[in-house]
Design a protein around this ligand. Structure first.
Ligand SMILES: [Fe+2]
Length: 251
């Protein structure tokens, strides 16, 4: 049987705070069927962070394409655009102290407005949008801020239970200042009733933790007659070392 909880982890001595494993979803959540086979079968082993995990990767704006943060256009034919509700997703990448993380690489991918991914294994009957690829990336600014625009993804059914639907969501991968700061998560949308019926979201034990994954509709950040805005802040593992006023780190 998979290990439900517990491990032989020692307290971490590395540069970053240890993850709070009661806040994150448990690897084994049987109502999310895939987790039964892919959760660890044995207790985890702990290793201290290595130098390469602490010091890299480093990303620069030069690696970005002009339309990487515009999913409405980045796979569209010239002069055309993706179909769907046009939205802006924006927020800040923060560490556990609430300090902005600049230079973080954010990658995001999502289904189209009908709830279908551009992927050969996605056989959902919703049509593909020839002008929508469904992925993009950006790098956070000096205060940890980021933004991109896209169309709101549709919900889709998935083969878990007889009638399980994923709420509208955007997948995120974030690289902070070290591999130890990497986070892969999902963003949901305020007001979606499917969130609270989703076996994946419900794999998170604390309702307050789920709420941190729900982007708030922000009618003050819209582009009038173009796009609504959703605000989504992301918290990465912070550094354990104290911050000093004369140190640039964490600015
Ligand atoms: Fe998904």
């Amino acid at each position: 049987m998979p290990v439900e909880s517990g491990s032989n982890r020692r307290p971490e001595t590395g540069a970053f705070f240890q993850r709070d494993r009661t806040w994150h979803p448990a690897p084994l959540t049987p109502n999310y069927k895939t987790s039964v086979l892919r959760s660890p079968q044995k207790a985890l082993l702990a290793f201290d962070n290595t130098l390469s995990e602490l010091s890299g990767p480093v990303f620069g704006q030069a690696m970005l394409g002009e339309l990487d943060a515009d999913l409405i256009h980045n796979f569209a034919r010239p002069g055309e655009s993706a179909i769907g509700e046009r939205i802006i997703v924006y927020g800040r990448v923060l560490d556990e102290r609430g300090v902005g993380v600049p230079g973080a690489l954010l990658e995001f991918w999502q289904a189209n407005a009908g709830g279908r991914y551009r992927h050969k294994k996605d056989g959902y009957l919703a049509p593909l949008d020839p002008n929508f690829g469904g992925c993009g990336r950006t790098i956070s600014g000096d205060d940890g801020g980021y933004a991109f625009r896209t169309v709101k993804p549709g919900p889709y059914p998935w083969p878990n239970g007889p009638n399980d639907w994923r709420p509208s969501h955007i997948h995120f991968s974030i690289f902070g200042h070290g591999f130890a700061q990497r986070l892969i998560t999902q963003m949901y949308f305020e007001g979606d009733p499917l969130i609270w019926r989703c076996p994946i979201a419900r794999g998170i034990p604390d309702k307050a933790a789920i709420e941190t994954l729900i982007a708030a509709l922000d009618m003050l950040a819209t582009v009038p007659f173009d796009a609504r805005a959703y605000k989504f802040d992301i918290v990465l593992r912070g550094r354990r070392s104290s911050l000093f006023e004369n140190r640039l780190e964490g600015n």
